[in-house]
Design a protein around this ligand. Structure first.
Ligand code: ADP
Length: 192
């Protein structure tokens, strides 16, 4: 299996690049943000609880997202691989993911990080908010809160995979196709 983590702050372009990666490598896309928004739309108890936190730009509890990922891995045992988008977001989630994959004799192939500075992120998310309809894209203080959550809780996840020799950083500012080409090169190094 090819198991990729696409890593980066909110607004780094993970969704855009995920679509291109999935089309090319036929991976199953696991976005915890999308899974949570599906739960909200379905009006489930989990969705109701998650919404309160998401609307404040705060991470939902680790157990919630780990459980969702566990279910999806079980559902797609025969997949060519997975692309994890917006997960893991804490070191605890990373440890849980490694354990889950190990139980299938699998592991993370590579973490690809999209690097974008905070000013550019803010501008992109405010712009996305005009059309995304996402409550968490609507105002500057909420976006700052998400970037703050990323800097304090999520950034250490990069060190976790760096220590395993699996971390690759790519400049997330520039042409979408150029960035995708850089991603392809990083993937080709782990698939030969
Ligand atoms: P973005 O990266 O653009 O902020 P996402 O769609 O990945 O957006 O996530 C939106 C919100 O969902 C986050 O701000 C957080 O509240 C919640 N969320 C998504 N994934 C996770 C996760 N792995 N752990 C905890 N909370 C999460």
């Amino acid at each position: 299996m090819l198991n990729l983590i696409l890593f980066g702050p909110p607004g780094a372009g993970k969704g855009t690049q995920s679509e291109k990666i999935i089309a090319k490598y036929k991976l199953i896309h696991l976005s915890t943000g999308d899974l949570l928004r599906n739960e909200i739309q379905a009006g489930s108890e989990l969705g109701l609880k998650a919404k309160t936190l998401m609307d404040q730009g705060i991470l939902v509890p680790d157990e919630v997202v780990i459980g969702m990922i566990d279910n999806k891995l079980k559902e797609h045992k025969d997949a060519a691989g997975f692309i994890f988008d917006g997960f893991p977001r804490t070191v605890k989630q990373s440890e849980a993911l490694d354990q889950l994959l190990a139980s299938y004799d699998e592991s993370i192939s590579v973490m690809i990080a999209l690097v974008v500075d905070d000013n550019e992120l803010l501008a992109r998310l405010l712009n996305r908010g005009k059309t995304s309809g996402r409550p968490d894209d609507q105002n500057e203080s909420l976006i700052s809160k998400r970037i703050q959550e990323y800097n304090s809780k999520t950034k250490p996840v990069a060190d976790y995979y760096q220590a395993q020799g699996k971390f690759v950083a790519i400049d997330g500012i520039g042409e979408i196709d150029f960035i995708f080409e850089e991603i392809n090169q990083a993937i080709s190094k782990v698939t030969v």
